[in-house]
Design a protein around this ligand. Sequence first.
Ligand code: ZN
Length: 133
Amino acid sequence: MIKKIEHIGIAVKDLKKSEELFEKLLGEKPYKTEDVKSEGVTTSFFKVADQKVELLHATSEESPISKFIEKRKEGIHHLALYVDSIKNEVERLKGLGFEFISTTPKKGADNKMIVFLHPKTTNGVLVELCEEI
Ligand code: ZN
């Protein structure tokens, strides 16, 4: 079952400058900065009430974030939905015709297991499903 919007991921070119910008905007410092080696990114998380904003900064040219910024510039990268069971949601959504980039959960940032739906079946929006580890 989908429980809530967990966070919105934003691709940024300069993490330090963007952290300062979002700190001004949200009135809070990031509560966590974390490298996710498998994705080639450094992430920085801000709390906004019960939701989060995740800044994503590429650590290599092969990173999906580098490719995203090359094609589409900085901006909203993905919408993350918090689910109680990735396995059940993958089955449910596959049954409804949604396609996934991969249906095998992998470790994401902030103690979550994650999978991504393919944007071609979600109106061009990259959707992440995440579950607490
Ligand atoms: Zn995310």
